[in-house]
Write a protein that binds this ligand. Sequence first.
Ligand code: FAD
Length: 291
Amino acid sequence: MLISDLFKQKKALYSFEIFPPKPTADLAAIRGTIERLSALQPDYISVTCSAGGTGNSRTAEIAKIVQAAGVEPLAHVTCVNASKADISRTLRELSEAKILNLLALRGDRVEGAKPSDDFRYASDLTAFIKRWSEGFDIGGACYPEGHPDAPDILTDIRNLKKKVDAGVSHLNTQLFFDNEDFFRFLDMLALAGIDVPVQAGIMPLVKKAHVDRIISLSGAKIPAQISRMIARFYDKPDALMEAGIAYAVSQIADLLSAGVRGIHLYVMNNAYVAERITENVKNILNEVNAQ
Ligand code: FAD
């Protein structure tokens, strides 16, 4: 089902994001992960794509495995290094497989890769996909703390409006750890006339490697509660896992209490984390959607 139709039926969606294995890797592990994630009955599972040399190839392959497992896939499509011909090829493969939910992204610039002559922003890609076929349902990315390239958050939101006007029907946020940033962001979107549903992106910080990566790359603000957790449990894997899951659960419970339109869990291909979090929030989600 198209995700914009799911939003018409439900108050709050619940979804997972996974990434494809390396081109040479065996598919057994990701198949096992998808099977376990599917058992949790998410509304959809999104599959990332690399922006650089390897292109979108494995995204479609993994999205087809999600589909075969009985869950709606959402395929990410990046354009920063792609030509119109590349994107057309990707769209043809996805539409032939009846994978109609896409996340249109610029992608991060990759060292050494040739920048696209055809697409500058995700809004260019969105407009291209719309022209290619009206049959796709297109989501976009957004940034509660502002995109790092934007001079300020208001400029970023003005640019986001262009993406929505180009045809994006729902938005997924970058990860954030302070819900107040998200609520303030929603207020700014309303003032800017952006009224499409927004799903909150939640990244459970459960492993040392995530902590290092998130702190150096995402630019997300780290609240004092998370700093304390990292300072105390950085080298204690079991405790970090428990504390990270507990933080994500409390963030989700607060967001759902406030009426968020959905939770998108960055599960980093870790089915165990998804299971633990889902177990803790499923009654809240059921209650919200029953109202
Ligand atoms: P855009 O919407 O194009 O915005 C990029 C920058 O350009 C922003 O600063 C914006 O303010 C500015 N801008 C936009 N339009 C205009 C305009 N018309 N004029 C002037 N400035 C403009 N990356 C991957 O490589 N693969 C993935 O699978 C992937 N999945 C993601 C999923 C989510 C939910 C999120 C939040 C991000 C994801 N990313 C992924 C990262 C994303 O590709 C990067 O953050 C990238 O830098 C920006 O992509 P975008 O689609 O948001 O770009």
